[in-house]
Design a protein around this ligand. Sequence first.
Ligand code: AMP
Length: 282
Amino acid sequence: MSAPLPIARTVADLRAAIAAERKAGAAIGLAPTMGALHEGHLSLVRAAKQRCGFVVATLFVNPKQFAPHEDFDRYPRDEAGDAKLLAGAGCDLLYAPERAAMYPEGFSTSVLVSSVSTMLEGQMRPHFFGGVATVVTKLLVQALADAAFFGEKDYQQLLVIKQLTRDLDIPVEIVGCPTVREHDGLAMSSRNFYLSQDERRIAARLNYVLHDAIKALRAGAPVDAVELEASRHLTAAGFTSVDYVAIRDAASLQPIANLNQPARILAAAWLGKTRLIDNMAV
Ligand code: AMP
């Protein structure tokens, strides 16, 4: 059994713990999460542990990235369970600040990344990347780790974080980690916990539809026709509605007309009240 994981609740405690490890010569790795952890999150911790002597995971359900009608209140929370999983994956410290420690009375700054955050998720959830960019900037500056690990599962978010880190000269390397999937291909997500049995079965189709779309693209089908067809397949599979299926430039997420550059297919679709996203390299 692993020892209980130490938990820091304040920036001062986080910085003191990191300073001590740094002094002892350890490189510091950071893996930010909103908890309700699964293998996808733990893969970030393991990747961090391979490269860094001291790994900090963060747990903060960030109110700023949820719109009032979204699932902030029902977002799954289990700090004790999460701490156990993290300890087992080699995490050295959990940083789980209170809301008031992250956003004290009078907090009035936000970080807005333009360009890559304006389309797709940014269009469907206009508040989302502002909230993500603000909290991630805070976490990066609070920890000043050598490297911070984020999942490709949230591909657009990863690009937004790379952009803000570059733009604000935050001295940390951003490392993208591959999406971890269930046996049937469904990308692991804390929101999968919401799915009924029927929805869970349909959810697995998302990944298959993206695979089929990639095959069609490689066989020469036009980008816009493939997007449309994939969206139709999702609806036919039982998805309640489709926010987008988009084939984009892998670096800028700008629309593309052909596959002359590295491309990414990204999708977001609803099953009842649950919104799922996925993406793959084309
Ligand atoms: P979340 O707790 O959903 O905000 O996610 C925290 C971090 O875990 C983000 O960097 C996500 O991209 C990453 N993550 C979530 N699910 C997965 C997954 N299935 N595979 C890899 N990384 C993931």
